[in-house]
Ligand binder design. Structure first.
Ligand SMILES: NC(=O)c1ccc[n+]([C@@H]2O[C@H](COP(=O)([O-])OP(=O)(O)OC[C@H]3O[C@@H](n4cnc5c(N)ncnc54)[C@H](O)[C@@H]3O)[C@@H](O)[C@H]2O)c1
Length: 358
């Protein structure tokens, strides 16, 4: 019988892209997904999920589900993607985020133990959110970890960080060099997930690959979820010929990494399991400001120039970009799709083709 790969959250954006790439490689692929209504309002199997993938509709927090399921299905590899993913939403729905991201993970691991069904490897989708504001460097070379930006600070339009009155610049995220310091509840739950997977896998002698994704975008991302997918939102506003509202002063920096490149990093982690633990950042290595992204997308649709509205979201971080070298060195994966020249346009074409611009 073929080895089983379980992909929790496998009906989601990244899950569908990962399983698509695994088809034909000799695995039996099972997606365990509760078809969360915020992502799947029709509550049906997404068209993007390859027909050869078995979909089991279930909640990862449900111990009874795991008990029934694991009787016949012992996984070779688990790709753990199921999560609540809203950074701003996690501030007001923190329990929901903690339940799925933390307790959902522990429920799954306990069930593997109960059924003597520990996999050989686990791949966890973590997030750049674990870094919070990350590490910055002042003009005199002093490196420091900024605190969470307070509501008061943001209300006074103090967007950036300084050190002893000196201007400072953010450093690229590189696991091991930059320590996690989450500034959102979502980020805290993702960091807890990392620690849980790390401890469990070390004790159980299970290979663990923890991948910290930057801002993943591309065709297939739910256009229905108002809390994630900024590129989709920008396209829809621009298509309606509305000026895109850009938050803060527009100089929020993000590393937009294309879905295919992210799926490649997950597949490479599955096919080349870590000896024990690997912790890698997954990004393009290039930064795009929110204003640059909005200006580019507005131009694609002939929409008016974006408007810098000065609004902000508590918990949002100022700047995030990955050091792309370690992923390449360890797994030979480097992002291929450039946001400005190709990626942004591909999303617009997909939204139009699927009728999601209305
Ligand atoms: N998309 C990004 O930019 C990004 C960035 C960093 C990290 N990540 C991480 O990648 C993973 C996948 O993200 P995505 O972009 O594919 O999100 P998504 O929302 O498209 O997919 C998540 C899937 O998980 C399912 N799900 C949610 N709660 C569940 C539960 N309790 N039980 C079973 N299934 C459940 C949803 O129905 C959905 O299909 C998440 O762990 C997320 O934290 C994503």
């Amino acid at each position: 019988m073929n080895d089983i790969i379980i992909i929790t959250g496998g009906a989601g954006f990244i899950g569908c892209a990962v399983s698509e790439k695994l088809i034909g490689q000799g695995y039996r692929i099972i997606a365990v997904d509760n078809l969360h209504p915020q992502i799947h309002p029709m509550q049906k199997r997404p068209d993007a999920l390859h027909p050869d993938v078995e979909l089991v509709v279930a909640d990862v927090c449900d111990a009874d589900f795991w008990d029934g399921f694991l009787v016949d299905n012992h996984p070779h590899t688990v790709v753990h993607l199921a999560a609540e993913t809203g950074t701003s939403q996690s501030l007001t729905e923190s329990n929901r985020h903690a339940m799925v991201n933390v307790v959902g993970t522990t429920q799954m691991l306990d069930a593997f133990t109960r059924h003597d069904a520990k996999p050989q490897a686990i791949v966890l989708s973590s997030s750049r959110a674990v870094y919070g504001e990350g590490m910055w460097r002042a003009q005199d070379g002093h490196a420091f970890y900024p605190d969470v930006r307070s509501h008061q600070q943001l209300s006074s339009a103090e967007w950036d960080f300084s050190y002893n009155g000196q201007k400072a610049v953010p450093l690229s995220h590189r696991a091991g060099n930059v320590m996690p310091n989450p500034s959102s509840i979502y980020g805290s739950t993702k960091l807890a997930q990392e620690h849980i997977i790390k401890s469990w896998c070390a004790a159980m002698q299970v290979s663990a690959s923890i991948l910290r994704f930057q801002n993943v975008y591309g065709p297939g991302q739910s256009p229905f979820n108002p809390y994630t997918g900024i590129i989709n939102l920008f396209h829809r506003a621009a298509y309606a010929k509305l000026p895109i509202q850009v938050y803060e002063d527009g100089v929020i920096g993000r590393d937009f990494v294309y879905i295919d490149d992210v799926a490649d990093s997950v597949v490479a982690s599955i096919l080349n399991p870590a000896d024990s633990l690997r912790l890698l950042d997954v990004g393009s290595g290039n930064v795009t400001t929110i204003l640059e992204a909005a200006t580019l997308i507005a131009a694609l649709h002939g929409a008016p120039e974006p408007v810098i509205c000065g609004k902000f979201r508590d918990g949002d971080i100022r700047w995030a970009v990955a050091d792309a070298d370690p992923l390449d060195e360890e797994l030979g994966v480097r992002a291929k799709v450039d946001f400005a020249s190709d990626g942004a346009k591909l999303v617009g074409e997909w939204l139009l083709e699927k009728g999601y611009m209305e």
